[in-house]
Structure formats: C-alpha cells, structure tokens
Design a protein around this ligand. Structure first.
Ligand code: SF4
Length: 117
C-alpha cells in the first residue's frame, strides 16, 4: 500500500505473523501506524452535506471532527440524511455529537446565518 500520511508517499509492504505486523518501506513511524490501522481499523475523515431549512443555501457542508471508522460510513450517511438544521449555524459548530456512539462529532464547515448565505 501507499502511505498517504504525507506527500512523500512511501510504498509500504506489510506482513503479519498472527497479530504482529511488520511494515517495510516506511521512512518514519507514522507510516507503520498508518499501515497497521489500515489493516485493522481503517479510519477516514468524512465530508458531506446536511439539509438546512430557512436559507437559500439548502445544504450545509459538514465533516467528522475526527477520523471515523471506514466500515461504518454507510450508517453515518444514513444518519446525516435525516438531519435537518435551522440557521444560524456557525462554522465549527457541532451539528451531531457522539454520532453512532463513536465519540466523534460532526461539525459544520461553513457558517449559515438566517437568510444570508
Ligand atoms: S511513511 Fe512517513 S515519510 Fe513515508 S509517506 Fe508515510 S508519513 Fe510520509
């Protein structure tokens, strides 16, 4: 796999002996952590939009505040599809707290004030 933690893009080779993972090709420790996480519990920062009423904007961009378990993304998208907000919402404001009991918040990435976009 290719490490995407930084622009160097090291080509990683991972082998496993039971629960012990050996990573080669990484130029730093972050690459080893990335490779093992990708195999055991891949995480992604999720960006999406949610419905907002009372504004010409109609959809408000949001993202998970921390990286979210990749295997639960469909559940997350289902929850986000049911969210309906009303202005004002400020950038960085949590629009969903502890989503799906993960301890992760979903936050607005844009401010929406009343009928101004
Ligand atoms: S292993 Fe380290 S240096 Fe290589 S891409 Fe990953 S973070 Fe960058």
């Amino acid at each position: 796999m290719i490490c995407v933690v930084c622009p160097v893009g090291c080509h990683l080779r991972v082998s496993a002996d039971g629960d012990v993972y050996m990573v080669e090709g990484n130029q730093c420790g972050r690459g080893k952590v990335y490779a093992i996480n990708e195999l055991t519990n891949p995480l992604r920062t999720v960006t999406s939009t949610v419905k907002i009423n009372g504004s010409p904007m109609t959809r408000l961009p949001v993202k998970t505040k921390q990286a979210f378990p990749k295997g639960r993304m469909l559940e997350l998208m289902s929850v986000l599809g049911k969210v309906e907000l009303k202005p004002p919402v400020k950038r960085g404001q949590a629009v969903l707290k502890n989503v799906l009991d993960t301890g992760i918040d979903v936050v607005a990435t844009k401010t929406c004030l009343d009928n101004r976009v």
